[in-house]
Write a protein that binds this ligand. Structure first.
Ligand SMILES: [Fe+2]
Length: 197
């Protein structure tokens, strides 16, 4: 391994890794925070900056399950409110600006489900934020483009395919489903439980 920020992160995060806990999250966040601020002169990062990938896997730990990817988006790319199933994630901005909106899922006394936006804030170069299992958020690219590093506790494709990840349709503009409905091809566990769809 070369002595660069990416190799250092991988080496160090393995040492602090374990099942979800405050220590694992905080230690990973600390290490990830350093990675996000790595000098752009490092070859792995210079390559990402010069050729922003749609999505590129930087490291996959088959033993521990965690995954580090880089991806880029263009202005106004919007990802509807979603959670990450049983996984948790740290988002970091390498360059550009991305809006994050966080939500809680509230069931009122009549049993109607609604999402309530807790806060919406910009993330800028060097920022990183943790989203734990069950946290719901949206993202929107605010700048011409954004380069994001994303460290996830597991492969979110699996969370999606196995029905644990929920994407909420645009509940303000498309209230077709009275209970918001998720966008999965087959009902997710939440929708199944509530008889939705
Ligand atoms: Fe997400």
């Amino acid at each position: 391994m070369n002595n660069n920020s990416l190799d250092k992160f991988i080496l160090e995060v393995k040492k602090v890794w374990g099942p979800l806990s405050t220590d694992v999250v905080q230690n990973s966040k600390h290490l990830f925070g350093e990675l996000v601020k790595a000098p752009s002169s490092e070859p792995w990062l210079a390559d990402l900056i010069n050729n922003p990938p749609e999505a590129k896997e930087l490291y996959r730990d088959s033993e521990r399950g965690f995954l580090l990817i880089a991806y880029s988006e263009k202005k106004d790319t919007y990802r509807i409110p979603h959670d990450h199933g049983s996984g948790w994630v740290i988002y970091g901005i390498q360059n550009g600006e991305m809006e994050m909106g966080t939500y809680i899922r509230n069931v009122d006394q009549k049993g109607k489900l609604q999402l309530v936006n807790r806060e919406t804030y910009p993330m800028r170069a060097g920022d990183n934020k943790v989203y734990l299992p069950g946290d719901i958020h949206h993202t929107r690219c605010l700048s011409e483009s954004v380069l994001v590093l994303r460290f996830t506790s597991c492969d979110f494709k699996k969370e999606d395919e196995e029905g644990r990840m929920i994407r909420y349709q645009d509940y303000e503009q498309n209230p077709a489903c009275s209970m918001l409905g998720c966008s999965l091809a087959r009902p997710c566990s939440f929708c199944q439980e509530r008889g939705n769809r």
